[in-house]
Design a protein around this ligand. Structure first.
Ligand SMILES: *[C@@H]1O[C@H](CO)[C@@H](O)[C@H](O)[C@H]1NC(C)=O
Ligand SMILES: *[C@@H]1O[C@H](CO)[C@@H](O)[C@H](O)[C@H]1NC(C)=O
Ligand SMILES: *[C@@H]1O[C@H](CO)[C@@H](O)[C@H](O)[C@H]1NC(C)=O
Ligand SMILES: *[C@@H]1O[C@H](CO)[C@@H](O)[C@H](O)[C@H]1NC(C)=O
Ligand SMILES: *[C@@H]1O[C@H](CO)[C@@H](O)[C@H](O)[C@H]1NC(C)=O
Ligand SMILES: *[C@@H]1O[C@H](CO)[C@@H](O)[C@H](O)[C@H]1NC(C)=O
Ligand SMILES: *[C@@H]1O[C@H](CO)[C@@H](O)[C@H](O)[C@H]1NC(C)=O
Ligand SMILES: *[C@@H]1O[C@H](CO)[C@@H](O)[C@H](O)[C@H]1NC(C)=O
Ligand SMILES: *[C@@H]1O[C@H](CO)[C@@H](O)[C@H](O)[C@H]1NC(C)=O
Ligand SMILES: *[C@@H]1O[C@H](CO)[C@@H](O)[C@H](O)[C@H]1NC(C)=O
Ligand SMILES: *[C@@H]1O[C@H](CO)[C@@H](O)[C@H](O)[C@H]1NC(C)=O
Ligand SMILES: *[C@@H]1O[C@H](CO)[C@@H](O)[C@H](O)[C@H]1NC(C)=O
Length: 816
């Protein structure tokens, strides 16, 4: 589970020579002239950035997801009643055609049947069978199942939510809104899932509480109103790979969460109030979800071996049929084309039924073009810090103090002069492994009684177990040059994590004396620190498949988040960790996504008539690019410089402002269809997304461009000109008045050097609620140079203001 495991990719040096000017009351990032800017490596045609189609499978048989046309015209099938019987018959016919199955043998059953968000099924097939199926009438697409992974509370106060006024009371704390959480399941005994004070289950709810190991209907209540599990795709892959079914002593064949991630995300989105929550006393206070009265329905799609698309699509299908209002999915994997992305397809169907879908952007930062879950109909959530941290400083023998972070709460080291050694110096042979403190790499005779200095790498807490096993008494983790940010972890022994710069000082000190000594000072919970800062791990834009749609969309708290935890494993998730906690503190875009899901539930309750796109627009256009000091632009944990829309999207969420955004950029089913049309997908491709739509789907006139998708942010992509030139693009938008009936909005533009941005018209007057007005944004890149071997990126902002409200959109300008 890469909840907070960081995948480091090639790094690209953003334009760091940004200067700030105040323009129209906005702080703006202003680079120098195009010619002076350091080029960024962005290759929008690099298909290698997309995941390869075929997964790792043993043998020739694998699970495929099969999409069927709206009206299955296969004559044989038309008469059969249920989709299951139709698809079973289709598979039987296929196998007979290929003379693999004799007449009369029992039909091969589909693994899952899909009917709410799309038409189709998944099944075990050979590649020949898949090829034959692709040629059959009514079959739109056949692609292999793929694996994904979960992306791994003072938050309400940090976000400015108040019990007495604003979004909480206006949104009735989310009462009667149903949040579907697709994750690792739930540990229902946690107080976060208590239904005290909640009314009956909403009458429209069609979901159930599935029975299985350690889970039955009595575990559901008026808070946790549904719980299901989707295991068939995972188990088929497991049997294929290992020959063995699910090991029930390791994970429950039921909605029960034996991992922790799902209980954490569900309680972050909509957990009930729990006073006195903490992790070993850290972050103590009242824990509650963003929408503390919303109802939770849990769909377990992630298992010990990961989360399979065939199961995820089935969960989308069921959740929509059950009647959820919001879907929260903190899961992802390498980017895929929309046509092979079951999350994108499932989310499209959910959107069509009015469900707001919020997904994690991924933990693949700090490299550019790492963002996942970027379909325009998904809210893509980046992660940033909150104003609370857990300082744990290193005091070196020479008096230097290095700042670190830790969730360790046990007894500290007894002496300020505890001896220290680097993992590399205590090697059992392989220095590379020893520097990382990997299992078996440390010589006990050298480590005994000392603090061991280890280089960061996967499984940070496990390194502490290695040190402890070798007789060490403490550990200091340091970042290599490519690592971004430090993370507070619940270590087994006195241990802390320091950044790259501190790591250099640490190693220099270690090298400067024959007997290095030091201590680690644990300072507990600290509040009111500078925040948000974009997490180093948070995945970044641009969008690989559709760079004209800026991604991520928004940033929300995703670092050191306290929320409910499973009783099956300890806070470090390691098998050797015998500690058990009700609440745990973890980090990832997995944690930021459910914040936005819960806020979506509040907005839905406050504005029942808003579409999913209106909810998204309200959060995006009211987000802020400044930190809690209200002066400085949000910075990037990686490198420390100002962050940009490539990291934070439209900015950091401000829920109270989203309640009353003034204008929204609305989008509906046909707008997204138009987007697919202008992206040059064929009618057959588009039917993958629209196979459950009951009306004829048509493409608009051909002169509509992708950039005209009515998105709440802008992304202008220019090809480099053949000679020094001004290059121009127009983008159109339509805003809907959701504020006062009589309102006049004026456009303000904050633009960097070498760009000219004009709005036509620059005043929009409204005389009724829900009135729509269109405008054109003309973006000119001035004097774009011809010689540069990279891409050039600049950022601007458009703000519509009526004097009270600000409707802000980032404009990303990329010259390829
Ligand atoms: C459901 O599980 C609870 C708790 O494990 C148990 O007490 C109860 O008897 C079970 N109910 C049924 C109907 O199996
Ligand atoms: C299931 O996992 C347990 C614990 O790791 C192991 O002891 C047992 O052998 C496994 N069972 C099977 C059937 O693999
Ligand atoms: C957390 O615990 C500390 C020490 O017990 C206490 O001083 C503080 O008030 C508590 N904070 C909250 C928010 O309860
Ligand atoms: C270690 O040093 C710190 C700061 O210099 C001091 O406050 C503390 O008392 C010392 N601890 C021990 C165990 O000597
Ligand atoms: C050290 O171990 C790593 C990983 O196991 C391996 O790739 C590397 O070749 C080893 N180095 C030496 C010098 O044996
Ligand atoms: C350690 O010191 C030696 C000799 O003084 C030097 O060659 C080496 O580069 C130093 N290493 C580090 C990590 O500073
Ligand atoms: C779609 O195809 C047209 C015509 O070939 C081309 O001009 C346009 O750039 C394409 N659009 C996209 C998004 O690829
Ligand atoms: C399609 O479904 C919508 C919503 O359920 C309904 O209002 C509409 O009448 C249906 N149209 C057709 C052609 O069945
Ligand atoms: C490009 O635009 C700038 C600013 O509007 C203008 O000064 C310049 O003359 C233009 N260059 C060309 C070649 O049109
Ligand atoms: C952009 O739109 C404006 C206003 O309609 C128009 O004057 C201008 O010529 C357009 N520019 C381009 C490049 O189409
Ligand atoms: C809006 O303005 C018009 C004209 O000035 C006025 O007649 C109308 O009453 C106003 N509506 C509201 C809701 O204030
Ligand atoms: C291309 O860009 C890189 C990084 O900006 C630079 O180091 C290199 O010298 C450039 N190469 C050429 C041919 O301009």
């Amino acid at each position: 589970m890469h909840s907070y495991v960081l995948q480091h990719q090639a790094r690209h040096n953003m334009d760091r020579i940004a200067a700030r000017i105040v323009l129209l009351g906005l702080w703006v990032l202003v680079a120098g002239h195009w010619g002076q800017a350091a080029p960024v490596h962005i290759d929008l045609n690099d298909r290698r950035l997309l995941a390869p189609t075929a997964g790792e499978y043993h043998g020739d048989t694998r699970t495929y997801i099969v999409h069927m046309a709206k009206s299955s015209t296969h004559s044989l099938l038309a008469s059969l009643e249920t989709p299951l019987s139709r698809y079973s018959q289709l598979l039987q016919t296929l196998k007979q055609d290929m003379t693999l199955v004799a007449n009369g043998e029992p039909a091969t059953l589909p693994i899952h049947v899909y009917s709410s968000v799309c038409q189709g099924f998944s099944a075990r097939l050979t590649s020949q069978e898949a090829a034959a199926l692709r040629k059959m009438t009514g079959v739109l697409a056949v692609y292999p199942d793929t694996i994904r992974y979960p992306h791994t509370t003072r938050t309400p106060e940090f976000l400015g939510l108040s019990s007495s006024n604003g979004l909480w009371p206006n949104g009735h704390f989310g009462d009667d809104v149903i949040v579907g959480v697709l994750d690792t399941g739930v540990w229902p005994e946690r107080d976060s899932f208590s239904d005290a004070g909640l009314g009956p289950v909403p009458a429209r709810w069609k979901g159930i509480c599935e029975t299985g190991k350690d889970f039955n209907a009595s575990h559901c209540n008026n808070k946790l109103i549904g719980a299901r599990y989707f295991v068939a795709g995972y188990e088929a892959a497991l049997i294929n790979a290992t020959g063995k079914p699910l090991n029930e002593s390791l994970e429950s064949r039921s909605p029960r969460d034996t991992e922790g991630h799902g209980s954490h995300t569900a309680s972050t989105a909509a957990g009930s109030e729990v006073p006195g929550a903490s992790l070993f006393g850290l972050a103590n206070g009242t824990a509650r979800g963003m929408a503390p009265k919303a109802r939770i329905a849990v769909y377990k799609v992630c298992w010990a071996g990961g989360c399979y698309d065939s199961d995820i699509l089935s969960a989308f299908d069921q959740a929509v049929a059950d009647g959820v209002d919001i879907i929260s999915l903190s899961v992802g994997g390498p980017a895929r084309e929309y046509l092979e992305d079951a999350i994108a397809i499932g989310a499209f169907g959910a959107m069509e039924k009015g469900v707001f879908v919020s997904c994690s952007a991924g933990n693949a930062g700090p490299g550019l073009q790492t963002v996942e879950n970027f379909a325009p109909w998904i809210m893509t959530v980046a992660a940033s810090t909150i104003d609370r941290d857990f300082p744990a400083n290193v005091i070196l023998g020479d008096g230097q103090i290095l700042q670190g972070q830790s969730l360790y709460t046990g007894k500290g080291l007894s002496s300020n002069v505890t001896q220290m050694i680097t993992g590399a110096a205590a090697t059992t042979g392989n220095v590379t492994n020893s520097a990382l403190c990997l299992p078996g790499s440390l010589k006990a005779t050298l480590v005994k009684g000392k603090i061991v200095v280890c280089k960061r790498g996967p499984n940070r807490v496990a390194k502490g177990a290695v040190v402890l096993a070798a007789g060490g008494v403490g550990m200091i983790l340091y970042n290599g040059g490519a690592d971004g940010g430090v993370l507070a972890d619940s270590h087994f022994l006195p241990a802390t994590h320091v950044d790259t710069e501190a790591g250099v000082s640490l190693l220099a000190y270690m090298n400067s004396t024959a007997t290095p000594v030091g201590n680690i000072e644990f300072l507990g919970t600290r509040y009111n620190v500078k925040a948000p800062i974009v997490a180093g791990f948070s995945s970044r834009g641009p969008n690989i498949v559709t760079p004209q749609v800026a991604k991520p969309d928004i940033t929300a708290p995703g670092v050191n988040i306290l929320a409910a935890w499973t009783g099956a494993v300890g806070p470090s998730s390691l098998e050797s960790d015998t500690r058990r906690v009700d609440f745990n503190i973890i980090s990832g875009t997995s944690m930021s996504c459910p914040h936005i899901s819960g806020l979506g539930a509040l907005l839905k309750a406050a504005h029942p008539d808003w579409s999913p796109a209106a909810i998204k627009s309200a959060m995006m256009t009211t987000a802020t690019i400044r930190d809690n000091g209200q002066v400085d632009v949000i910075t990037d944990q990686f490198g420390g410089a100002e962050a940009t829309p490539l990291q934070y999207g439209s900015g950091h969420v401000r829920p109270e402002m989203a309640l009353d955004p003034g204008l929204v950029y609305d989008l509906g089913f046909q707008d997204y269809v138009n987007f697919l049309c202008t992206s040059n997908y064929t009618a057959r491709d588009i039917e993958l997304f629209t196979s459950t739509h009951n009306e004829t789907v048509t493409c608009p006139r051909s002169d509509v461009q992708v950039e005209d998708l009515n998105y709440p942010s802008f992304s202008a992509i220019f090809q480099k000109p053949p000679s020094i030139l001004n290059i121009t693009m127009n983008m159109t938008r339509t805003v809907t008045n959701v504020g006062n009936a009589n309102a006049t909005y004026m456009a303000q533009i904050a633009q960097p050097a070498d760009t000219v941005i004009t709005v036509y018209p620059d005043i929009l007057s409204f005389s009724s609620v829900n009135e729509k007005k269109s405008f054109t944004l003309e973006v000119t890149a001035v004097n774009v140079p011809t010689v540069s071997n990279g891409s050039l990126v600049k950022f601007a902002f458009l703000v519509w203001t009526d004097g009270v409200r600000s409707v802000q959109s980032p404009i990303t300008i990329i010259v390829i």
